[in-house]
Design a protein around this ligand. Structure first.
Ligand code: 5GP
Length: 140
């Protein structure tokens, strides 16, 4: 677990900074993003002070896993958005600006114009074969 209790999200969790709360349980908090890409853009965070996914405890992970689908269902029901993206950035170079783990839930409406940069290239099967085996064995 990473202890970094200085982020803006810690202040939101402690109530020192106000937020538009949409969900809370013992381990999870969700609130509307202050600069939404679309109406209903939500941030879902563990209460645990943890910066990136690889550092998250199993308890928080399991609570987040349970909460996310429930929150998605409520957002699509209330906003009417039939489509949405879930984005989760880890590390500054991966686009993370607040070092407290968070999931973005971003509704997409027919009129939405926001985009995510995505420039794929075909897989290298020889490298993929080695890589997949190495990660598979690491996971035991
Ligand atoms: P990241 O770039 O780290 O994936 O996303 C951080 C998100 O936190 C951004 O979308 C940003 O708008 C949001 N954010 C930053 N500060 C605040 C705040 O004080 N309140 C709320 N509600 N959202 C914030």
């Amino acid at each position: 677990m990473s202890r970094n209790g200085n982020t803006i999200f810690s202040l939101i969790l402690s109530g020192e900074i106000p937020s538009h709360k949409i969900y809370e349980d013992e381990f999870v908090y969700a609130f509307l993003d202050i600069n939404p890409l679309s109406r209903g853009h939500t941030l879902v965070i563990p209460k645990e002070e943890c910066s990136t996914m690889d550092l998250l405890s199993e308890k928080s992970a399991s609570s987040l896993g349970m909460a996310l689908p429930k929150i998605c269902r409520a957002i699509i029901k209330i906003t009417g958005a039939e489509n949405y993206n879930i984005i989760q950035n880890n590390g500054e170079k991966a686009g993370q600006t607040v070092p407290h783990l968070h999931f973005h839930i971003i509704p997409r409406y027919p009129e939405s114009t926001h985009s995510f940069v995505w420039n794929p290239s075909p897989i290298d099967h020889s490298d993929a074969s080695e890589l997949s085996k190495a990660i598979f064995y690491e996971l035991g």
